[in-house]
Design a protein. Structure first.
Length: 216
């Protein structure tokens, strides 16, 4: 049993793809571009908002204006919880896991919207405040291992007794860099663009949220 389970947020605990895509497309349309498919934008998620915005403008073949990032952040904040929901059974799964081990969140999303989403979706109680790290905190964004190592240290466990659960290549790299175990979820919207050949023996790949109960 793992002493600490660390979750990615978007594409792992919550399905936020439509709200993110709607915000990105609202920005592109305002700048004169044609909107992109939701799945196309979903594949761009994972490295933080600056990278997402840059990728969206590149895909739209449009020069990125200097204020694009701040405009996207504002547009996304307006849409943060219009369609975003936990994946099916996630609350039940977290309730079961929290009774048996320590839980944390490590995301490249800024901390304020992360906390707002966790609170609104009744997920915050499963994660102590100090064990929710966002992409705008004192540690670099994933795949840098510093945030994950901080969570491991604060939980008083070892990397080998920790598993990072995510849906993307970024999460795979983060776990590798920190020396933790890795669990990838096929249901997440980041998995479609994932480099499957990077999976090793010993990595876990799960199909549904309920399968996460196997971690304990």
């Amino acid at each position: 049993m793992y002493g600490l389970i660390v979750f990615d947020l978007d594409g792992t605990l919550i399905d936020s793809r439509r709200d993110i895509a709607d915000a990105a497309n609202a920005l592109l349309i305002a700048c004169g571009a044609t909107p992109l498919a939701e799945t196309t934008i979903g594949a761009m998620v994972g490295n933080g908002a600056p990278t997402l915005v840059a990728r969206a403008f590149a895909a739209a073949k449009l020069a990125q204006p200097p204020d694009a990032l701040s405009r996207f952040v504002g547009l996304y904040d307006e849409r943060l919880l219009r369609h975003t929901r936990p994946y099916p059974q996630i609350p039940r799964v977290l309730h079961a896991l929290a009774a048996r081990t320590q839980l944390a969140v490590l995301t490249n999303k800024p901390l304020a919207p992360t906390r707002k989403i966790l609170d609104a979706l009744d997920l915050a109680s499963y994660f102590p405040e100090a064990r929710v790290l966002g992409g705008d905190g004192p540690w670099p964004r994933k795949p840098d291992p510093a945030g994950l190592r901080q969570l491991v240290s604060s939980a008083g466990v070892q990397p080998a007794n920790t598993v990072l659960v995510g849906d993307s290549f970024i999460d795979l790299q983060t776990a590798r860099n920190a020396g933790t175990a890795l669990c990838l979820v096929r249901y997440g919207f980041g998995f479609d663009s994932f480099l499957g050949q990077a999976v090793r023996n010993g990595d876990q790949v799960l199909d549904t949220p309920v399968d996460l109960l196997r971690l304990v």
